[in-house]
Design a protein around this ligand. Structure first.
Ligand code: XLS
Ligand code: NI
Ligand code: NI
Length: 437
């Protein structure tokens, strides 16, 4: 069995390559619309899945073979794991990574000891960042794993859990700043509820907002200029998560005065759990000015939970790239592979296959999206569909110069609406297919 150290750097070999350890589409320096693929896609590896995913499920223990792991989880081992991770990222030509505080360093007997462990490991992250040029896309805190967060963190019924979470995020922000992180993500691990009988929802949501304001204030105090993100997920672990989908999150941010500080981090599998497609979520965030970053993965339509699979569906990556480019592309965000190999794919080499597949699917999606944008064919068809708004009564409504009385007068004079036209959905689908194959 090959370990990460035994595998060579993955290079671009072009679409004809049959080498399973080469890119066929991801050519980092190739320009698309005048910008390199590297800068369009801003790929990131997730430390938690890549290095800490054990393959355990509710019916069985971990299956992953990770030759670099020792029998005990101590700081020395944690530091060694960081070096292996950077070796992997370098070989994958991965420009960014993301982590949770507790993935990277073990907890100690006290908060002080835990913070010290984290500091020790962060030193190695810093060294490795400097050695390789790989950057931190965003940091986050694990506010869900430890039993002290059994009722949630910022939304817990227990004030001490809130206080501990605050201390933890304070430290995570300091560490993210230390590593030059470009963002910080809030994902509500247990910010929701299971049973409304025992829950004061209003109080919990007020607390969540207070918590985020404290984070924003502390970021200002220490000079952390990275972008905050809110990552929606409708369920799992709790039945009703407060960050259900983008619309719910945007409403929350506006209701509590956080709209100037927090954007969305949208994950495909979370979108589908909410009954949306990822492009719906991206479009909604984009049009509201909240599009920040993407957790790139995919779900399984036949399974009802967050399977966090690697994205390989070319339709999906094309749609994601089209929407992203429509809203100007990433600034601080990126495509973070919040994705894990199946528990049956337990060899280190599977981590390579998985990331290669995801990176190539997005690279190809980017190229197709650029072709669609170049001809403008699809955009023209949509523009024609809305042509009645460009002049006459439509333009006047959009300008705000009409009201119910004037519109009634208009219709009384006209008698009825002009004939409407077909939506031609199948034609649109065929046009898209023409770019895909
Ligand atoms: C879990 C989330 C998590 C966040 C970071 O479902 O996707 O991994 O991205 O806490
Ligand atoms: Ni995620
Ligand atoms: Ni997820």
């Amino acid at each position: 069995m090959k370990s990460i150290q035994d595998i060579c750097r993955v290079e671009y070999e072009g679409p004809e390559s049959r080498n399973p350890l080469a890119f066929r589409h991801y050519n980092p320096s190739e320009l698309v619309e005048g910008k390199s693929m590297r800068d369009h896609l801003r790929f990131s590896a997730a430390y938690w899945h890549t290095m800490r995913g054990s393959g355990a499920d509710p019916f069985g223990v971990g299956t992953m073979k990770r030759p670099w792991e020792g029998p005990v989880d101590n700081v020395e081992n944690a530091c060694n794991r960081v070096r292996i991770f950077f070796d992997f990222c370098e070989k994958m030509q991965m420009p960014f990574y993301c982590f949770h505080d507790r993935d990277v360093a073990p907890e100690g007997d006290s908060l002080a000891q835990t913070n010290k462990n984290l500091d020790d490991v962060v030193k190695v992250f810093k060294e490795e960042q400097e050695r390789t040029g790989i950057k931190l896309l965003w940091g986050t805190a694990n506010l869900f794993g430890n039993p002290r967060f059994v009722h949630g963190a910022a939304t817990s019924c227990h004030a001490d859990s809130f206080a501990y979470a605050a201390a933890q995020v304070k430290k995570a922000l300091e560490v993210t700043l230390e590593l030059g992180g470009q963002g910080y993500t809030f994902w509500g691990g247990r910010e929701g509820y299971m049973c409304l009988w025992n829950t004061d929802m209003k109080r919990e949501m007020d607390h969540l907002a207070a918590f985020m304001h404290m984070a924003v204030d502390y970021a200002k105090e220490i000079g952390f200029k990275g972008q905050f993100y809110f990552e929606p997920k409708p369920k799992e672990p709790t039945k009703h998560q407060y960050d259900f989908d983008t619309a719910a999150c945007v409403n929350f941010l506006r209701a509590y005065g956080l709209q100037d500080y927090v954007k969305m981090n949208i994950e495909t599998n979370h979108a589908t759990l909410a009954g949306h497609s990822v492009e719906h979520e991206l479009e909604y965030a984009g049009m509201q000015g909240f599009l920040g970053s993407i957790d790139a993965n995919s779900g399984d339509m036949l399974l009802g939970w967050d399977t966090d699979q690697f994205p390989t569906d070319i339709y999906m990556t094309t749609k994601i790239m089209l929407t992203l480019m429509k809203y100007g592309g990433f600034t601080t965000g990126g495509l973070n592979f919040d994705a894990k190999v199946r528990r049956e794919s337990f060899e280190p080499i599977d981590l390579f296959y998985a990331h290669i597949g995801g990176m190539d699917a997005f690279a190809k999606g980017l190229k197709i999206a650029a072709e669609i944008r170049k001809t403008g064919e699809l955009a023209d068809m949509v523009a024609k569909r809305y042509a009645s708004w460009d002049s006459g009564i439509g333009a006047e409504i959009e300008k705000g110069t009409q009201n119910f009385k004037t519109l009634e007068a208009y219709m009384l004079a006209k008698g009825d609406v002009d004939e409407t036209q077909s939506g031609n959905q199948e034609l649109y689908e065929n046009v898209v297919n023409r770019y895909i194959f």
